[in-house]
Design a protein. Sequence first.
Length: 338
Amino acid sequence: MSERVRNLVALSATHRTAGLDERAAFTVPAGGAEAFYAAAREAGLAEAVLLATCNRLEAYGVGDEAAALHVRSALIKATGASPAVLDQHLRPVPGLEAVEHLFAVVSGLESQMVGEVEIAGQVKDAYADALARGMTGPVLNRVFQRAFQAGAWARTHTGISQGQVSLGNVAVELAQRVFGSLDEARVLVLGTGDVGRQVVQALVSRGASQVSVASRTFENARVLAEEFAGSSLTLADALRQAHAHDVIVGCATVERALPAAKAGPSCSSTSACRATSTSRPVRSKAPISATSTISRPSPTPTSRPGSPKSTAPARPSPRRRRAPGAPPTIKPPRKPEP
């Protein structure tokens, strides 16, 4: 492909162009990346990179004048979404604007939580995947490498990374605001990806000792839980035991809302809980919301059947003294009961 027809374009759908429910409609399922790169090759794109996160669907492509249309077709193949739905939220970013946009993404300026650090690693993983597939070339290689340098410079020389800019730290910080100390809190983490690992690590570093990890793949939950001396659960068992935890942190990508957990036994007689635990046993306690107040009622004596309601004698009321010389007060006789 000659230099004259080598065009760079990006298509972006993020929290700025689509709501949470709308973004869920065009997530990239398992096998979606293979479909994207196969469609990109078939369309004749010289270079392409797919970036898909929970809040972002983007693709960068290098090709002829119709490169934007080719990238769009590859995204439709990757997500399985209808063109009408995808077109409502995709924003074309051509040429130099695509370079500036990628620099802002890697630096955390385009994130829903400005300054978060996870996006830099996600972009690196996306670029490494495209590089391994042979879908990068002189244009995207230089653009992405410069973007990584710009992101590192921004985090080093500006204050964008100051504060709790990690999703895991933010979730744990919120839990600490509610409970004060996490030493006795029972925490359930749903998901074993990068964010799930960050949440578990942040919890343990802040003193949480009763952390349970759940995942669709039980082996992933077991490995992560054993690394931090926690307990592991299958996703189904975690939903049944949700009422027994004080804090629940969701870090998994789901295609539909998780069913509400009903209070009840943790295990049924027909399906035993598949869990390994190396932490202290979980005590039964009702979850506490962020707006509730924690108070301990004073103990009240319990009465046994047949025993008087109160063992303490009643305090007699003070008697009135009769004035000197006053006649005594005579109470009338009570009428007999019928």
